[in-house]
Design a binder for this molecule. Structure first.
Ligand code: NAD
Length: 469
């Protein structure tokens, strides 16, 4: 059939329109899908492309993600606090900065080699494929950013399932990262999610065969759920970090460090000091130094009783307490205001002298209230610290100059993170050595997760060759 000039120009016009539409469609693909099935399918297809990427190419994407994170850190921090009503903008910003500066990428993926008379065996770190990452409301942006970097460094793609209470913050972070990936020449949909959160969507994520690994960063419920899924799962669960102070500590520094750690992001971090066990000899001195800090306010029994009735719920039948989520991550001033007390703006932390059985000690409050318990000696402080940690194996802190005491606590408390003579956050690399993460896997043992945690070990053996001696 002969084509006339007119037909030809119509065909060209149509082809150009289609190409243009395809490009436009590509530009708006930000990883957010209407259904979980679509989100998983997109990440699944993207992983097929991404698995061809060299380590150098992965690093290029990660650099771009980190740069974009820094550029958007302040606006994301603002969004997190505005949306969730929890935490502090200045500290959320610092958390995001820490992710950009101290999250490890592909450099941690080291190959092992065994050589001998029989040749060479290589052990390398391969991708799982698509990972389902369930993220918390208490740290909605930094968890997404840090997991995204580590999981992509491991060669995976990710479907996120963020907490509904801070959904927009998590999704905005993900979109910023996807844009950075695209700008660095990477494929679309390395990171995906569903436009609206629902328990059904999370349940689909847990059960879909295309998801090869699940990572839950949150409370005990969701950790248990992923561990029961039948898939390879990493559980990063709750903590209730005790801080012990013995008579040999630099008490002035201990007072400062404990308040800094306890009030960081209004005590939202799972690693933050949640209760202090202090040896009797230095109890008054520690509290005296704490109160010299204008950010500290000591509450009395009456105020504490009112706070218990306000920030906790009590079950009528069992009498057991649980936290009232309305007050999680609220600042110290508003906690005081909730019981009809006024306080100056600079108040950041409420301290309370109490017994070890008090619910403020026993519950993971995630509010800037520090219960302080007096103990007879170090042995008793350590015994109570172990009880209060509830076997979470999460985080503990100690202030001491006695090497034997420090060593004994490190061994007996058996936590994933143990910080000596610093605020708790030194344990995730903020003012301390080492890389950072916001997915601290105590229950499943990966510890402070990095790219290695999100890889599978693969072995390749060549017999009788490639040995050079
Ligand atoms: P959460 O357990 O309420 O929620 C965590 C995630 O699990 C959210 O995405 C939520 O939507 C999902 N989820 C919870 N229950 C679910 C269910 N029944 N079905 C489907 N999905 C469900 O936790 P949170 O309040 O957002 O975060 C605070 C908790 O997380 C604290 O206990 C804190 O210690 C812990 N945390 C731990 C780490 C760590 O690295 N270990 C880091 C941050 C927070």
């Amino acid at each position: 059939m002969e084509l006339k000039g007119n037909d030809l120009s119509l065909i060209i016009e149509r082809v150009l329109k289609e190409l243009n539409e395809r490009d436009t469609k590509k530009e708006v693909s930000d990883g957010v899908f209407d259904t979980m099935d679509e989100a998983i399918a997109a990440a699944y297809e993207a992983q097929k492309v991404y698995q061809e990427y060299t380590l150098e190419q992965r690093e290029k994407l990660i650099s771009s993600m980190k740069k974009a994170l820094m550029e958007n850190a302040m606006s994301i921090a603002n969004l997190c606090v505005k949306e969730s009503g929890m935490g502090r903008v200045d500290h959320k910003y610092l958390k995001l900065k820490l992710v950009a500066e101290k999250t490890q990428g592909t450099e941690i993926l080291r190959t092992e080699a065994y050589t001998g008379d029989k040749g060479l065996t290589l052990v390398e770190r391969g991708a799982f494929g698509v990972i389902g990452s369930i993220t918390p409301s208490t740290n909605p942006a930094a968890t997404v950013a840090c997991n995204a970097i580590c999981m992509l460094a491991g060669g995976n793609t990710v479907v996120f399932s963020p907490h509904p209470g801070a959904f927009n913050s998590s999704i905005t972070t993900m979109k910023v990262l996807n844009k950075a990936i695209r700008e660095a020449g990477g494929p679309d949909n390395l990171l995906t999610a569903v436009a609206k959160p629902s328990l059904e969507n999370t349940s689909m994520l847990l059960n879909d065969g295309r998801i090869r690994m699940l990572v839950a960063t949150g409370g005990p419920g969701i950790v248990k759920m992923v561990l029961s899924s039948g898939k390879k799962a990493i559980g990063a669960g709750a903590g209730n970090p005790p801080v012990v102070v013995d008579e040999t500590a630099d008490i002035k520094k201990a007072a400062r460090d404990i308040i800094l750690g306890c009030s960081f992001d209004n005590n939202l971090p799972c690693i933050a000091e949640k209760e202090a066990l202090v040896v009797g000899d230095v109890y008054e001195e520690l509290i005296k130094y704490m109160k010299e800090n204008r950010a500290v306010y000591e509450i009395n029994d009456d105020q504490a009783d009112k706070l218990v009735k306000t920030v906790l719920n009590q079950d009528n039948k069992s009498g057991k307490y649980s936290i009232n989520k309305t007050f999680v991550g609220k600042n110290a001033k508003s906690l005081l205001e909730s019981i009809g007390e006024s306080a100056p703006d600079e108040i950041e932390c409420l301290i309370y002298r109490t017994e070890n059985c008090h619910p403020f000690v026993q519950l993971e409050l995630m509010m800037p209230i520090l219960p302080i318990v007096k103990t007879k000696n170090f042995k008793e402080a350590l015994k109570l610290a172990v009880e209060d940690e509830h076997g979470n194996r999460h985080t503990a802190i100690m202030h001491s100059k006695n090497i034997d005491n420090l060593t004994e606590m490190a061994r007996k408390i058996d936590t994933t993170i143990f910080v000596k003579n610093a605020p708790s956050y030194a344990g995730i690399g903020f003012g301390g050595e080492g890389y950072t993460t916001y997915t601290i896997a105590g229950p499943t043992g990966e510890g402070l997760t990095n790219a290695v945690s999100f890889t599978r070990i693969r072995r390749c053996t060549m017999v009788d060759s490639f040995r050079i001696v």
